[in-house]
Design a protein around this ligand. Structure first.
Ligand code: C2E
Ligand code: MG
Ligand code: MG
Ligand code: MG
Length: 274
């Protein structure tokens, strides 16, 4: 081991260490420079009123164009950005870019009612969040209600009392809140009732194998009923087929999002479709 071999042997290079760890380290180093090298891009995916429109907004999804690896997806680098704290700087860029793009579309005459931005747990709990959002809205002259912040159910329910305070502050700015990946966490209904959210987003796990009469259909119905009771709109993510579109609409979903309506794509392609 490094210890046995003595000084100057840094444990990061220990031969027994798996490739995965080395690779993650290299990836983190590249991630540190990705912002200044302008390697990030936002893709946008349409959200439609059920069953097939009009457009109610778009969700911004982060993409990393790595100089060697090509396109790196968020599930690979967001966890690293979280661990290293880089997510705060990256997240600030995302919020700004999403607001800028929405206002650009509007200036071009495309009516995009809202843009949704995902916030990770670290971003959500960071003291600078409110300031960053205010700054982005002001810089781009964006009406606060056109910005939807998506936080996962797990993040919201991790420390519900603290989340409530953060969400109340965000809500006071006039931005909207969506509870993402709903159904995969453990919601306290007592807190859910108090959260100033406007949307529940049903996780793709319940949509993937959705067929009439299934357990998934019963869960989706229950989430929709909950949404109605709490006066929240309910959107389903991961809608890939016409059958899912039809059933989700029958069950009472307010809006739909998924490959069936459009994959996340560069702003220019989305703009051309609008
Ligand atoms: P999410 O917010 O739940 O986003 C939904 C994911 O499902 C996206 O993956 C989207 O491309 C994908 N998706 C959409 N429709 C379909 C469909 O019909 N079928 C299938 N199989 N997948 C579909 P993506 O873009 O890889 O993002 C993964 C996750 O990374 C997001 O999950 C979100 O949690 C996180 N993420 C993405 N962008 C950002 C960001 O800017 N900031 C932060 N903090 N997290 C982000
Ligand atoms: Mg999301
Ligand atoms: Mg989701
Ligand atoms: Mg997700």
């Amino acid at each position: 081991s490094a210890k046995e071999q003595g000084r100057n042997v840094y444990c990061f290079f220990e031969p027994s260490m798996n490739r995965g760890a080395h690779e993650q380290l290299a990836l983190v180093q590249d991630l540190r420079r990705a912002l200044s090298l302008e390697q990030f891009e936002l893709h946008y995916q349409p959200k439609l009123r059920a069953p097939d429109g009009p457009l109610v907004g778009v969700e911004a999804l982060l993409r990393w164009h790595h100089h060697e690896r090509g396109l790196v997806m968020p599930d690979t680098f967001i966890p690293l950005a979280e661990k290293t704290g880089l997510i705060l700087e990256i997240g600030r860029w995302v919020i700004n870019e999403a607001c800028r793009q929405l206002m650009e579309w509007r200036a071009q005459g495309s009516e995009v009612p809202s843009v949704s931005v995902n916030l990770s747990a670290t971003q959500f709990r960071s003291p600078g969040l409110l300031g960053k959002i205010k700054e982005a809205l002001a810089r781009h002259g964006m009406p606060p209600s056109s910005l939807i912040l998506e936080i996962t159910e797990s993040t919201a329910m991790h420390d519900p009392e603290a989340s409530l305070v953060i969400l109340q502050r965000l809500s006071a700015l006039g931005v909207q809140i969506s509870i993402d990946d709903f159904g995969t966490g453990y919601s306290s209904l007592l807190y859910l009732k108090r959260l100033p959210a406007s949307e529940l987003k049903i996780d793709r796990a319940f949509v993937k194998d959705l067929v009439p009469g299934s357990e998934d259909a019963a869960i989706v119905s229950a989430i929709i009923a909950l949404g109605r009771t709490l006066n929240l709109s309910v959107i389903a993510e991961g809608v890939e087929t016409e059958a899912q579109q039809k059933l989700l609409t029958e069950l009472g979903c307010t809006s739909l999002q998924g490959y069936h309506f459009g994959r996340p794509d560069a702003a220019a392609s989305i703009g051309a479709r609008l």
